[in-house]
Design a binder for this molecule. Structure first.
Ligand code: NDP
Length: 327
């Protein structure tokens, strides 16, 4: 099998030489194991954090070892009860074309009529992040005005649609006219182009004259500050990601931080894996899908050799919807 390993720990934005494609021989199957041929790989912004040798909520990638990440594959050989050859499964042995895994490390895809790769996006980790972050962490409810950054990405585009389906007013932010138009088509009431030159705080003030009740943060920096500037009393912020600082840990100075106090804003960070029981998520999302309330877009790079390129493009906005690699 072929796998991408971490060849060096990046400084700033990763470069090609931080990754190395290696060939490894996989063992014969032991009892309770399956052999999976990967069809789809996920690349996600959080993987940048795993390239650093720092303590976090997931352990760092090890130098010289295959990297990990979400993947969808087909079971081609099985010595595990209950997992037949041909079963499509999701698992975390991504960044490679094939894996031998214990049965408990693979999950057969849920019974929802969606393409297999959707379980890496809207019906997988990014979709859960959107759903739990919006409805459980920020406790967004019908009538709220919700601001979401990186609104054309995997998580953000799902936040927009769930919020609209649940009767909220939605303001998105995205980079460039094409993405802005797409987020509007997803149902957003207003969309800011943060690359247009107008400061985000000013642009948000223009489209949200009555303020915002919820902020779903994927970006940090100027977007978080803009949300603070326009937060209504009792606003709730779900801090999901801060992609603006992943590559260089910029010190952020927030001009409007003190608004937290007077407006009693509640800010809470969260990790999607805090949520374990996904029955309600699948039921609710399947219903929204059936009602035509969920659209999905993917940006697909073809071939295992393109995986680092796809990953790096996340940091320059190279994706609309979920970034995927097809094998
Ligand atoms: P996306 O599909 O949103 O891809 C990243 C997008 O971020 C790019 O397309 C780009 O869009 C935007 N972006 C990149 N750099 C910047 C920048 N400096 N300023 C503003 N926007 C930028 O990724 P995901 O949906 O997978 O993840 C979104 C966020 O959610 C990330 O921060 C991620 O780390 C976080 N996350 C957190 C989880 C948790 O459990 N807390 C779980 C999953 C994701 P544009 O062209 O609009 O700039």
């Amino acid at each position: 099998m072929k796998a991408w390993t971490l060849a060096a720990r990046p400084k700033g934005l990763p470069v090609d030489t931080d990754f190395a494609l290696v060939e490894q021989t996989l063992p014969d199957l032991a009892e309770g194991q399956v052999r999976v041929v990967n069809r789809w790989l996920s690349v996600d912004p959080y993987m940048r954090g795993r390239m650093n040798d720092t303590k976090s909520y997931v352990p760092p990638f090890q130098l010289g070892e295959p990297m990990q990440g979400g993947a969808i594959g087909e079971v081609v050989e099985s010595k595990a009860d209950g997992i037949a050859v041909g079963t499509m499964v999701s698992h975390m042995a991504g960044w490679r074309d094939e894996a031998v895994l214990p049965a408990q490390h693979v999950q057969p895809l849920p019974d929802i009529k969606a393409d297999p790769q959707a379980f890496l996006g809207q019906f997988g980790m990014p979709g859960m992040t959107a759903y739990y972050g919006l409805l459980h962490v920020a406790e967004a409810k019908p009538g709220d005005t919700v601001f979401v950054s990186a609104a054309a990405g995997a998580v953000g585009s799902t936040v927009v649609q769930i919020a609209k389906a649940k009767g909220m007013t939605v303001i998105g932010s995205a980079g460039g006219a094409e993405k802005v138009e797409w987020v509007r088509q997803l149902g957003a009431d207003a969309v800011i182009d943060y690359k247009s030159g107008t400061p985000v705080a000013e642009a948000l003030g223009q489209v949200a004259p009555d303020g915002i009740d919820v902020y779903f943060d994927n970006v940090g920096g100027d977007h978080l500050d803009a949300a603070l500037a326009h937060a209504n009393p009792g606003a709730r912020f779900a801090i999901c990601g801060m992609i603006d600082v992943y590559n260089d840990a910029k010190p952020t100075s927030l001009k409007y931080l003190a608004r937290l106090i007077g407006n009693r804003v509640r800010i809470q960070g969260f990790i999607v894996s805090d949520f374990k029981d996904h029955e309600g998520f699948y039921r609710d999302m399947a219903a929204m899908l059936a009602e035509g309330k969920l659209k999905r877009e993917e940006t697909v790079f073809e071939g295992l050799d393109k995986t680092p390129e796809a990953f790096l493009a996340l940091f320059s906005g190279g994706n609309k919807g979920k970034m995927l690699v097809k094998l």
